[in-house]
Design a protein around this ligand. Structure first.
Ligand SMILES: [Zn+2]
Length: 575
C-alpha cells in the first residue's frame, strides 16, 4: 500500500533520481482468460491466493524444518528475481542504469508482492559497485508469516531477500547479497533490506549464503554430504583464483540437481554416465565425483576417446606388450592400469570401436583387462565414469554401440543441462571466470560494462561453460588494466557475433536477432514496435506454442483458421 508520503520519499531519498513511469512494465501484463493464461512479457504468470501461499509456506516449515524451508523459499525467490532482471534489461534497454534497475522494485509492486521505497541506491555496473537500501512496505510474505507465527525474533521475508539477490546479481553480473535488517515479523513498522557485493559483507555473509545454497564442491567434506561449509561458498564467490580449480559454481535448479546426484552416487562404486552437450563441464563434474568418492586418494585418469586414433585406442586404454605390433618396442601399461585404485574418466565414449567396446565391457564386468599382444589377464580395480554428447540409445539402434555395454554404463546417468537452460548461473560464472582469469594473468579488472552483462546473460552459449571461460579469459587479456570488460573485448571475431542471437547496433546497443522462441516485443528503434511487428511476433509465438498445429494456433489467438491463414500469408510467414 502506498501512502501519501511515498512519492516524495522516492525523490527526497534520491535527489535527482527520476523514478520512471511503470506503464512500460504494466503494458507487458496481458490476461488471456479464454486460454487460461496470464503473461508478463514472455513469462507465464499465475494469480495465487496469498492465503494459500501462506498455508504452503507454513506446511514447508512444519514438514521440512525452518532451515530447509527457508533455503527452498529463498531460492524460489532468487529464480523469480533472476527472470525479472532479464525482463527488466530487455524492456528498459535504452534507459539509464538507474531506470533500468528500478524496473525490479516496480515489477515486484506490479506482481503484488510488495511495495518498495528506495532509501539509498548506488550502482556502477562497470566498476562492480553496488549499494542498495530499500523499505519494503506491506510485504505479502511478512503478512503470511505473521498470520501463522505472530511476531518473533527473526526476519522472515525469505522469498523477498532471495528475489533481491537474484535480481541484483543478474542485473550486475556479479553476486550481490541482501539481508533483511528490519522486518514486520520482528515488530518493526515495515521491512527493510540492504544489498551489497557478496565479498563486501565479509564473514557476515556466510549465514546468508547458507540459505542461497550457491553450490560448489570446494573443500567439500564427504562425511557430511548435506552440509557444505559456508566458507567454501564465499571462497568461490570471491575466488581469488587458483584455490578453486574445479569450475563449479551455480544456484540454478539444473545445477543443484546435478550436484545432488553427484554427491549421492560419489560414495558408491556405481558406474556413472554423464550426458550433455560439449562444454557443459562433464569432466569437471567427473573429477569432483572422484574427489568425493572413497577413491579420492587414488589416481583420476581422464581419456578423451575421440582424440585418440582408432587403431591406437585399445593400446592406449588397455596397454601394449612388447612386440605386439611394429613399433611396440617396449611394454607399457594402459590407462586402465594407471587408474588402478582410482577412477577412469572416458569422455566421448560413443566413438569407441566395437573391439574396444567389448574389452571395456569385460573390464567393467570382470575387472579384467588384457594388454594388446598379451594373453595374460590382469586384474584392475577401476571405477569408470563415462561421458557422451551423442544419443547412445540411438547409436545402439543404428548398430554403432553395443547394447550390453550401453546398459552396463547406463546404471546411473546424470544429464548436465546446457548453460542456456541454467541462466541463473550466468552472473555467478561470469564473475568467477573473470576473477580467475585476472589472478592468472595478474590483471585488475573492475567488472563488466552494463551492455556486456546484457549480452552475456542473453547469449545462447552454444559452447556452454567452456565457451564462457574462454570468452571471459580472452576479454580479460584484451581489456585495459583497471578497466571493465566490454562487448568489444568479449565478441571479437565476426563469426562469434553472427553465432549469437544478438546484433550490435550503430549506437553500440544490442538488438536481439529474430528468433521464434525468444520474443522481444520492444525491439523497435523508438521503443515501441509497429503493429505489423507485434502481430508477426504474436503469430509466430502462437505457432510455436501450438507446435505448428495451425488450428490450435488459431484457437490460441482467438481467431478463425482462415483468418490465421490470411495473416500468415500477409506477413509472409512460412510454417
Ligand atoms: Zn520482512
Amino acid at each position: 500500500m502506498s501512502n501519501a508520503g511515498a512519492s516524495s520519499k522516492w525523490s527526497s531519498a534520491l535527489p535527482g533520481i527520476h523514478v520512471p513511469e511503470i506503464h512500460d512494465l504494466a503494458n507487458r501484463l496481458r490476461f488471456a482468460p479464454q486460454q487460461g493464461r496470464i503473461w508478463l512479457d514472455d513469462q507465464r504468470m499465475m494469480l495465487m491466493h496469498v492465503a494459500s501461499l501462506g498455508a504452503l509456506r507454513q506446511e514447508l516449515i512444519e514438514s521440512l524444518g525452518k532451515e530447509t524451508a527457508r533455503g527452498l523459499i529463498t531460492r524460489i525467490g532468487y529464480q523469480a528475481g533472476a527472470s525479472d532482471a532479464e525482463m527488466a534489461k530487455k524492456l528498459r534497454s535504452g534507459s539509464s542504469t538507474y531506470d533500468s534497475f528500478l524496473a525490479g522494485p516496480q515489477l515486484v509492486s506490479l506482481e503484488g508482492i510488495v511495495h518498495c521505497e528506495p532509501v539509498a541506491l548506488d550502482i556502477d555496473v562497470g566498476k562492480g559497485r553496488y549499494f542498495g537500501d530499500f523499505h519494503l512496505i506491506d510485504c505479502f510474505e511478512a503478512e503470511a508469516h505473521l498470520n501463522s507465527y505472530g511476531i518473533g525474533d527473526e526476519p522472515a521475508c525469505w522469498m523477498l531477500v532471495g528475489y533481491a539477490c537474484g535480481y541484483t546479481s543478474t542485473f550486475m553480473g556479479r553476486p550481490i547479497l541482501w539481508r533483511e535488517t528490519e522486518c514486520k515479523c520482528t515488530g518493526h513498522s515495515k521491512c527493510r533490506v540492504v544489498g551489497r557485493p557478496a565479498e563486501e559483507w565479509g564473514d557476515d555473509a556466510l549465514d546468508d549464503l547458507r540459505f542461497l545454497q550457491i553450490g560448489d564442491f570446494v573443500k567439500f567434506n564427504p562425511t557430511a554430504p548435506d552440509k557444505l561449509p559456508a566458507t567454501s561458498r564465499l571462497a568461490t564467490l570471491s575466488a581469488a583464483g587458483t584455490d578453486n580449480d574445479f569450475g563449479m559454481v551455480g544456484i540454478s535448479s539444473g545445477f543443484s540437481t546435478v550436484c545432488h546426484l553427484v554427491k549421492k552416487v560419489a560414495p558408491t562404486e556405481a558406474t556413472v554416465l554423464f550426458l550433455g552437450e560439449s562444454g557443459v563441464g562433464k569432466e569437471i563434474f567427473s573429477h569432483n565425483l572422484h574427489r568425493l568418492s572413497n577413491r579420492a586418494k587414488g589416481p583420476f585418469i581422464a581419456v578423451n576417446c575421440a582424440s585418440i586414433p582408432e587403431q591406437l585406442i585399445e593400446s592406449e586404454l588397455f596397454g601394449v606388450e612388447r612386440g605386439a605390433f611394429t613399433g611396440a618396442t617396449v611394454s607399457r601399461p594402459g590407462r586402465f592400469e594407471r587408474a588402478h585404485g582410482g577412477t577412469l574418466f572416458l569422455d566421448e565414449i560413443g566413438t569407441l570401436s566395437f573391439t574396444a567396446q567389448g574389452k571395456l565391457l569385460r573390464a567393467l564386468q570382470e575387472g579384467e583387462i588384457e594388454r594388446v599382444g598379451d594373453s595374460r589377464i590382469r586384474k584392475v580395480d577401476v571405477r569408470v565414469i563415462a561421458a557422451t554428447n551423442v544419443d547412445l540409445r540411438a547409436a545402439v539402434k543404428d548398430g554403432m554401440f553395443r547394447e550390453d555395454l550401453f546398459y552396463r554404463l547406463n546404471v546411473f546417468p546424470i544429464r548436465v543441462p546446457p548453460l542456456r537452460d541454467r541462466r541463473d548461473d550466468i552472473p555467478l560464472l561470469m564473475n568467477w571466470f573473470m576473477r580467475r582469469a585476472c589472478a592468472k594473468h595478474g590483471k585488475t579488472i573492475t567488472g563488466f560494462r552494463e551492455r556486456a552483462v546484457d549480452a552475456l546473460i542473453n547469449y545462447r552459449w552454444p559452447g556452454n561453460v567452456r565457451e564462457m571461460e574462454n570468452l571471459v579469459e580472452r576479454a580479460v587479456i584484451l581489456a585495459d588494466e583497471g578497466g571493465a570488460l566490454d562487448l568489444c573485448h568479449l565478441f571479437t571475431t565476426g563469426e562469434e557475433v553472427t553465432a549469437t542471437t544478438f546484433v550490435v547496433q550503430k549506437d553500440g546497443g544490442l538488438q536481439q536477432a529474430s528468433d521464434v522462441e525468444e520474443i522481444d516485443f520492444l525491439s523497435g528503434p523508438g521503443g515501441l514496435p509497429t503493429l505489423a511487428d507485434t502481430e508477426t511476433r504474436m503469430l509466430r509465438m502462437a505457432i510455436a506454442e501450438a507446435k505448428g498445429n495451425l488450428s490450435m494456433a488459431a484457437r490460441l489467438l482467438s481467431i478463425s483458421r482462415p483468418t490465421l491463414a490470411y495473416r500468415l500469408k500477409k506477413y509472409k510467414i512460412d510454417v
